[in-house]
Design a protein around this ligand. Structure first.
Ligand code: MG
Length: 262
């Protein structure tokens, strides 16, 4: 059952979404060759807890960290580690923050230093898929329209979409109904209504769509070893269209005086 949110609940989700977005942008500024993903994890947890929130992923089904950090052929759910990021890597960071009982969930894929043109294009297309999917979050459209928007654009650009992991409804719990696959047919599945909140998260592979989970039980990688990009926003459905709760503008970042740590 899809749980619609009241205006009051949407205000709370705006706050948790904003926090998750701020953490994501803070981490983006930290990313450079030599930095470890464990350092990013520590910074994220500190920022989330200082805001009076809880890192939603930590302990979720036993996940041991505050963020997921997935490098290159890692698709999602990568463990932060002591291994330094290298020039040319692409790093997907996924952040969840629970504030006043509501979850904000967001992800982005960040270039480490200078990256190849084909990786840059992969990230750009993943972001375009997310934008197109968000456009579908309006009353009267259906969940299948979101899925189709992602699949259609990714495949038109020569990429494939991951099948095993999906976007989702979000609220008091991180994963609520409906499931929102990144593939599907337009005009199918649930009708979208005002007050629904979705975490939309295209996972786009440069090669084919097949993935497997590593022996750590979490890290998902592409079977063909080619890179993958993951981007995600938490989006509320308003009467007039989508409201992206995890969007954070540059000016907000400046106001918050969020900067790169030495
Ligand atoms: Mg999610």
């Amino acid at each position: 059952m899809i749980i619609g949110k009241s205006k009051k609940e949407l205000e709370k989700m705006r706050a948790s979404g904003r926090l998750a977005g701020l953490v994501r942008e803070h981490l983006r500024l930290m990313v450079q060759p030599g930095v470890t993903t464990l350092e990013l994890d520590t910074a994220a947890e500190k920022m989330i807890r200082e805001a009076g929130a809880v890192p939603s992923f930590k302990g979720y089904h036993g996940f041991p960290f505050s963020i997921c950090a997935s490098i290159n052929e890692e698709v999602v759910h990568g463990f932060p580690s002591n291994k330094a990021l290298r020039e040319g890597d692409i790093l997907s960071i996924d952040v969840g923050a629970t504030l006043n009982g509501y979850v904000g969930d967001t992800a982005t894929t960040i270039p480490v230093g200078r990256i190849s043109e084909d990786r840059r294009r992969l990230i750009r297309v993943a972001e375009e898929c997310l934008e197109r999917a968000i456009e579908q979050c309006r009353p009267g459209r259906r969940v299948g329209d979101i899925s189709w928007a992602v699949q259609q654009h990714a495949e038109a650009e020569g990429y494939s979409v991951v099948r095993e992991f999906v976007g989702h409804g979000i609220g008091r719990r991180m994963h609520e109904d409906p499931q929102i696959p990144n593939y599907g047919a337009p005009g199918t599945k649930d009708k979208i209504k005002p007050g629904y909140v979705f975490a939309i998260e295209p996972m786009i592979n440069m090669g084919n769509h097949h993935t497997k989970t590593l022996p750590d039980g979490w890290t998902v990688v592409t079977v063909d070893g080619k890179p993958s990009a993951h981007v995600e926003h938490t989006v509320a459905v308003g009467e007039d269209g989508p409201l992206v709760l995890t969007l954070v503008s540059d000016s907000v970042l400046r106001e918050e005086q969020i900067g790169v740590e030495a």
